[in-house]
Ligand binder design. Sequence first.
Ligand SMILES: [Fe+2]
Ligand SMILES: [Fe+2]
Length: 273
Amino acid sequence: MEQQPQTFIAPQPVQPLQPQATDQPSPTPEAQKPVRIAAVGDIHVRETDKGKWVDFFKAASEQAEILLLCGDLTDHGYAKEAEVLAEEMRACTIPVVCVLGNHDHDKDEHDAIRNCLVRDNVHFLDGDAVVVKNVGFAGVKGFGGGFDKYMLSMFGELSNKAFVQEAVDEALKLEAGLSRLDTEYPGVKKIAVLHYAPIKATVEGEPEAIHPFLGCSRLAEPLDRQNVLACFHGHAHVGTLEGETPKGVKVYNVAKPILQKAGFAMPFFLFDV
Ligand SMILES: [Fe+2]
Ligand SMILES: [Fe+2]
């Protein structure tokens, strides 16, 4: 498939972009045509997975125009696993938008994982935004903290406050990425990409005792404030596929085990923007 121009919006330094005309939302019939996105999280690639993901990437490239990978790209967080994934992704001919997951951080090799996978058409988001085929994407890993009235508050020991602060920071980064899309591409349709869940509904199915470690309602606030079209995440492997924020933003938990359990022939969820 022919590659479309893409513009990457780096979070720092904050400078006005000089967007290319081809990236601007345009009223032409071509620009109004829906863009089909394939999304999956938690592919957990291992060093023994050589050759196992080629069909997946070929199928995604045939059926969609953009692929979202919603974190936990590697199983144990080793750069060597990312090397295997990079080789598998040679079969992918469409642009890819990714965030990292907690597994990708486990061995403190997340920078090497990102560097191994990033290419001209593979974008990693961490408070950043990117416009691909006239669709805006903002993404962060996210963090835990719990949901709604049971959300952990900024109280007590420093270690507890640090835990809460991590979720606050992730929500602020998401908000910054979404704001930049609005500022620099007014009217662009916005998609959020996360690893952790922003709402309780899409972690339902997991033991309630671990819900605080699966996501945080703080991540839903930017989605509602910034008029996001849809949000994709993973992390809760036995959660629920669909839910929505308090203001009705669609949220999809596309963790691979959920898609497999739902009977998807290939483990990616298709969504038209
Ligand atoms: Fe996972
Ligand atoms: Fe995870």
